[in-house]
Design a protein around this ligand. Structure first.
Ligand SMILES: *Cc1c(COP(=O)(O)O)cnc(C)c1O
Length: 415
């Protein structure tokens, strides 16, 4: 029987060494994606910068890898900031997002020497202004703007009333007050504007609509500002997903922005994007051991030794994945089954209605493209142990995160 290899290492060997379930990344694929972004996202008109959106998959090892390619990172919490600070990423390459940063988080930003904050709202800027005065420390401020565009996989909508919890409308009184407050502060400096229109986006038209809005705002300022277009670039989870690919997406984005700036006779100080999912999703695999099988009147279940604790996305928003039996890659797919997890929720189903070969207890299931929002959204539900994370390349493995132990579960329990 043909067996799946990831980064040149057999699935059975990975599970034997690191346990099951197991998150495995094809390190070469990660590096290829990083290189593709780095190469394609360049302009001869203005400097460009890529920030990896940490929330998709963050560990110290991952931070160090993106840093090797010259990427910065964005963080959305004290925990993500702390992790980034423990890595090789220079502090001035870290950008802080979030609609409700706590005072403690903002203080941590000043005390760590951060230089970039993406401000969401007027109350936040008021607090930032106070803290900058207290610390007597400069801070560059990007404003998150709500351009009234919501992008989903195959469509985007222009919303008429803009009630998202993120950002401010450019023509709102809050945003005007922010600009005045910032002007009056000796330490805060206007860096530019940020927009993030959605996730798993395949339609370039959604980006173009957002770019048009952002460029129209730049017109009101004498000095060139930085534009940050956020993340949300789509990936392939199943054969129904047809992303354009990193290079083509970046080429089209840059071409459109170029035209838009030329038409408006403007330039930008710097152009930033923040890919998360598209850097890591397809490089990630989850391996499970198959346990029991069960027939119900209308279904055949294959049960695996993980589920919603290591991948909440199918239960949370009906995310679709594809899979194979990793130690029977060339076996005929004669069975139509539902792959369900082991946790105490009826909704703990990983994949509905998939064709797979006949299996035995102990066979290995691989779920593809689990590299984004899998480990980062994992939980200890049912007191399950969070799996190890392993990078595999050229037949070698590097353990990036150790598998949890029962002792880890009790670490904070008091008697
Ligand atoms: C989530 C997020 C990203 C990354 O989104 P992906 O869909 O993973 O590319 C980037 N920027 C901001 C502000 C985000 O909230």
């Amino acid at each position: 029987m043909t067996e799946l290899h990831i980064g040149g290492v057999a699935a059975s060997q990975l599970v034997a060494q690191y346990g099951s379930p197991l998150y495995v990344y094809d390190q070469q694929q990660l590096e290829t994606n990083l290189q593709a972004y780095k190469q394609a996202f360049q302009s001869d008109r203005f400097p460009t910068k890529i920030l990896y959106a940490s929330k998709a998959f963050q560990t110290v090892g991952m931070m160090n890898l993106v840093n090797q390619y010259g990427f910065g990172v964005d963080v959305v919490s004290a925990g993500e900031l702390y992790t980034a600070l423990q890595s090789d990423v220079p502090v001035d390459h870290i950008y802080f997002h979030g609609n409700n940063k706590s005072t403690e988080e903002l203080k941590m930003a000043f005390e760590s020497g951060m230089q970039h904050i993406v401000c969401d709202n007027l109350m936040e800027l008021t607090e930032l202004s106070q803290l900058a005065n207290d610390y007597k420390q400069p801070m560059q401020i990007m404003f998150r703007l709500n351009v009234g565009i919501e992008a989903h996989t195959h469509e985007y909508i222009v919303t008429t009333h803009i009630d998202s919890k993120f950002g401010m409308a450019y023509d709102s009184s809050d945003f005007k007050a922010c600009l005045e407050l910032l002007n009056d502060n000796d330490y805060l400096e206007l860096e530019g504007f940020h927009v993030h229109i959605g996730s798993q986006i395949f339609e370039m038209d959604a980006w173009y609509a957002a770019i048009d809005k952002m460029v129209s705002y730049l017109n009101d300022f004498d000095q060139p500002l930085t534009l940050n277009l956020g993340g949300g670039f789509g990936v392939r989870y199943t054969e129904d997903d047809k992303p354009l690919g990193i290079e083509e997406t970046m080429n089209q984005l840059l071409r459109y922005l170029d035209q838009s700036l030329t038409a408006a006779d403007l330039t930008v100080k710097e152009l930033i994007i923040e890919p998360g999912r598209s850097l890591v999703a397809e490089a990630g695999y989850t391996l499970y051991e198959i346990g029991y099988q069960k027939q119900t009147p209308n279904k055949t279940y294959y049960f695996v030794d993980g589920g919603m604790a290591d991948n909440i996305r199918p239960s949370l928003y009906q995310a679709k994945y594809s899979c194979d039996v990793a130690n029977k890659m060339d076996a005929e797919k004669t069975e139509h089954v539902t792959v369900a997890g082991k946790y105490c929720e009826s909704g703990d189903v990983l994949i509905q209605d998939v064709a797979l070969p006949k299996v035995e207890k102990g066979d290995l299931l691989v779920v593809y493209a689990t590299g984004a929002y899998g480990y980062s959204m994992s939980s200890n539900y049912n007191r399950s142990l969070t799996p190890a994370v392993v990078f595999a390349k050229d037949g070698q493995t590097t353990e990036i995160v150790k598998r949890q132990t029962y002792l880890d579960l009790l670490r904070n329990d008091l008697k």
